[in-house]
Design a protein around this ligand. Structure first.
Ligand code: C5P
Length: 300
């Protein structure tokens, strides 16, 4: 018996960040869009908990208990009195430490897969609670589509999306640590009074309409200056994508992956080619969204 699930990556079309809270997290208004780049997680009963990984970035994936997939299995087993003896295999296609929720995807995927394997009978809300304990972006990886996340990003409201948005993603030569980017955000903003983060009504309307021009005009990422400060070369990647005809260019989440919104699959191919030729990134991918959240691909 084994269970395989597929979990999408995300891009943040809006990431509004407030002041640091006493618990060290930041209040966010985080508009997530799931996009069609996927990790596949397969769980199989085993004597003990074990994680393996393959894919282009596999050497950068921790295989110990710090891996969110391992933590998800332990959390579910603990809550439902099961043995966490399971082999979790991650077929990784989402960039590692890229600001596209690759680690969170593996956490949500392992949780759903182990839940199906162990038949715990957990409700979706119970699974979402465990996701929120695992990390701020993990609940969204489970639900997919598009959603507004408030609090530290884990309190989700699904959003209506009226069309398909086409994207190009440029992967950088190294990763960025999310806590480090938030720390840089705090350092750059020291002494300024930050407003409460709120979702942009223009942005929500653009998503609902499925209008790429309106979405391009409304995207924003408050972490972008911090990511650029830690990784100045990203400015060259953003400029190369804009010059190649992207409707807009932004850092995805805490970066360093950069995201380019384009009008259609043809312009995606052209922008992707120009970005590669510019020599300002390691590799490029095209994907569209919204994509569904965790889906069970095979069980048996
Ligand atoms: O929730 P998650 O474990 O993904 O967060 C990773 C780190 O990102 C946190 O330890 C914190 O430094 C930062 N973070 C934050 N505010 C948020 C989400 C994450 O400061 N809302």
């Amino acid at each position: 018996m084994s269970v395989t699930v597929r979990v999408p990556a995300k891009v943040n079309v809006q990431l509004a960040v407030g002041a640091a809270r006493p618990d060290g997290f930041h209040d966010l208004a985080n508009v997530f869009l799931a996009v069609g780049l996927y990790d596949e997680i397969t769980v199989t009963p085993a004597d003990e908990l074990r994680v393996t990984c393959d894919g282009p970035d596999a050497d950068q994936v921790p295989l110990d208990r710090t891996n969110l997939a391992a933590r998800a299995a332990e959390a579910l087993a603990g809550r439902y009195g099961r043995s966490p003896g399971v082999h979790i295999h991650i077929a990784k296609d989402i960039p590692v430490a890229g600001g596209m929720a690759g680690g969170s995807a593996d956490g949500a995927g392992a949780l759903v897969a182990c839940d199906a394997l162990w038949q715990t009978g957990a409700s979706r809300d119970e699974l979402l609670d465990i996701c929120a304990e695992l990390g701020s972006d993990v609940p969204f990886s489970l639900v997919g589509g598009a959603a507004l996340g408030i609090g530290r990003g884990e309190q989700l409201t699904p959003l209506e999306v009226g069309g398909t948005f086409h994207w190009v993603f440029a992967m950088a030569g190294r990763g960025l640590s999310t806590p480090a980017v938030f720390r840089e955000f705090d350092r750059l903003g020291e002494g300024t009074d930050l407003p409460e983060p709120v979702a942009s009504q223009e942005l929500l309307a653009a998503l609902a309409k499925g209008d790429p021009d309106a979405l391009a005009a409304a995207v924003s990422n408050d972490l972008q200056p911090a990511a650029l400060s830690l990784f100045p070369e990203l400015a060259g990647t953003l400029a190369a994508g804009r010059a190649a005809g992207a409707l807009t260019a932004l850092v995805s989440g805490s970066g360093p992956t950069t995201a380019f919104l384009v009008r259609d699959p043809e312009s995606a191919a052209a922008v992707a080619q120009a970005l590669l030729a510019s020599g300002t990134c390691r590799t490029v991918r095209t994907a569209s969204g919204p994509a569904p959240g965790v889906t069970v691909a095979a069980a048996g």
